[in-house]
Write a new protein. Structure first.
Length: 144
């Protein structure tokens, strides 16, 4: 009986620490077109891409029905947590924001757009495992 109680206590303790880690995640913001104009690029006032701010940005163009997008989501969250303050990750649902998808010529998901320059961006198509994705982040943003 005592072993059972200790085992249950250990399980509860472990699940609590996992829960604490999950709730400690930095929330990735899902952008609407209005949010996008304030945080990334106001395409109404500036027709050519001119990003707002200086912090590197990752734009995750995804769809709720896209399985590779769902598989990539935890990697994006881990990158946001790991490089907090050095970059910002935003999610854009292509079904809810087709205008934004059109601006970036998104034809398939997931498409990840890396914005490091004031006037340029680079797109990467498809799922990557975490290590491959982190290599891309380091290449596009030159961060450690």
């Amino acid at each position: 009986m005592r072993k059972l109680i200790h085992s249950l206590f250990f399980i509860v303790l472990m699940s609590t620490s996992v829960f604490a880690q999950k709730t400690g995640d930095i929330k990735i913001i899902e952008l609407t077109a209005a949010d996008f104009k304030q945080k990334v690029w106001n395409f109404d006032s500036n027709k050519t891409f001119t990003r707002i701010g200086k912090t590197p940005i990752i734009l995750d163009f995804h769809a709720t029905w896209c399985r590779p997008c769902k598989m990539l989501a935890p990697h994006l969250q881990a990158i946001q947590n790991k490089y907090n303050g050095k970059l910002t990750v935003y999610k854009i649902d292509v079904d809810k924001e087709p205008q934004l998808a059109k601006l970036f010529k998104i034809e398939a998901m997931p498409t990840i757009v890396f914005v490091n320059s004031k006037t340029e961006f680079k797109s990467e198509l498809g799922y990557r495992d975490f290590d491959q994705f982190e290599v891309l982040v380091k290449q596009h943003f030159s961060i450690k």
